[in-house]
Design a protein around this ligand. Structure first.
Ligand SMILES: Nc1nc2c(ncn2[C@@H]2O[C@H](COP(=O)(O)OP(=O)(O)OP(=O)(O)O)[C@@H](O)[C@H]2O)c(=O)[nH]1
Ligand SMILES: [Zn+2]
Length: 316
């Protein structure tokens, strides 16, 4: 449990919006402060963005600050997790080594569409490998189900159910289809990610109701523009929890995934890996490979294995 009001004038809260120089912090008593850092701001996280959306922080609020809802951030608490951005020297004008897109994310919500753009399980597999490498829980959302042959999509997605992943089928044309997803998001910090055009913004807007739609829409949109790094917002869900719209997988920092460790991020490989003749087996061309044997015997989905090979050969 979070300790409240350790000292007079201090409180802790959650950073829900970052706009460059100021941060919106929702304090534990639900009051909202426009906050700034100052040279004395301390952090329990090294060499990364000082403050990111999703961070837990301690605030110092003066009497006038309390009236105007302004505060300074005195401490950024240790993050449980951090979604980081691939380094782009041209864009990264600040000196921070690792740019954090969102902190303390509970789950990554991978949104794909059944059609327009068509469903790519290869892309789903890339996201899943990434989520596994970050030890993030993941929800898969197949949107635009109104445009698809449901039986065809069900067949494509069956391996993911088998592997124990949570899959949601949604259409923004049918409100009821959002209910299971809404439930899975309740009380958690969730990062939505997916290709452009799959319906992330539309889904998010529907999920948190129409009231904030007008005021927040602009922020959501600019969050994807040139100033993405300094302008992201976490939207409160009506029943608790927050959602943040994050960039597509290409913009995430994937450098922790290597040819050596990729095999651990395909969860169905783990059980058969001990059967490989070589302990260092890459499951690509080696003889006596337990993974390849399982693919031939039907125990591992061939499309998943193809994804593994595609990602493997795309890595240095
Ligand atoms: N038929 C159908 N269209 C949808 C659905 N969800 C979204 N769309 C449409 O798909 C288009 C793209 O939706 P967006 O919400 O802008 O997609 P996005 O993923 O946020 O895309 P970016 O903003 O480019 O990242 C819009 O024209 C939506 O109206 C759906 O469930 N069914
Ligand atoms: Zn092998």
């Amino acid at each position: 449990m979070e300790q409240k009001n350790e000292q007079p004038g201090t409180c802790s809260g959650l950073v829900t919006e970052a706009t460059g120089s100021t941060y919106t912090v929702v304090a534990d008593d639900d009051s909202v402060f426009r906050s700034r850092t100052y040279p004395g701001t301390k952090t329990e996280n090294e060499e990364t963005s000082l403050v990111a959306v999703g961070d837990r922080v301690e605030l110092k609020v003066t009497e006038t600050g309390r009236e105007q809802f302004e505060a300074v951030i005195t401490l950024v608490k240790q993050r449980r997790s951090a979604l980081t951005r691939k380094r782009d020297i041209r864009r990264n004008r600040s000196k921070e080594k690792i740019q954090v897109i969102a902190a303390n994310i509970d789950q990554l919500v991978v949104v794909v569409s059944s059609f327009d753009p068509p469903l790519s399980t290869r892309l789903v597999d890339r996201y899943l490998a990434f989520a596994e490498s970050e030890q993030l829980d993941v929800l898969i959302v197949v949107n635009k189900m109104d445009l698809a042959d449901a039986a065809l999509i069900a067949a494509l997605m069956e391996p993911y159910h088998q592997l124990g992943y949570s899959v949601f089928y949604t259409s923004v044309c049918e409100q009821a289809s959002l209910q299971p997803l809404r439930q899975a998001l309740g009380g958690k910090l969730s990062a939505f990610s997916g290709h452009s055009g799959v319906g992330k913004s539309t889904l998010i807007n529907l999920l948190f109701g129409h009231k904030q739609l007008k005021t927040r829409r602009t922020n959501l949109k600019t969050g994807k523009g040139v100033h993405t790094t300094s302008n992201s917002v976490m939207l409160p869900l009506p029943d608790g929890g927050y959602v943040i719209d994050t960039p597509g997988i290409r913009e995430f920092n994937l450098s922790d995934i290597t040819r050596e460790n990729l095999r651990f991020y395909f969860r169905e490989f783990l059980a058969v890996m001990p059967d490989c003749a070589f302990s260092s087996c890459s499951h690509t061309e080696e003889p006596g490979c337990g993974v390849q044997r399982a693919v031939h015997a039907g125990g591992i989905d061939p499309a998943r294995y193809e994804s593994y090979l595609a990602i493997y050969y795309s890595l240095e």
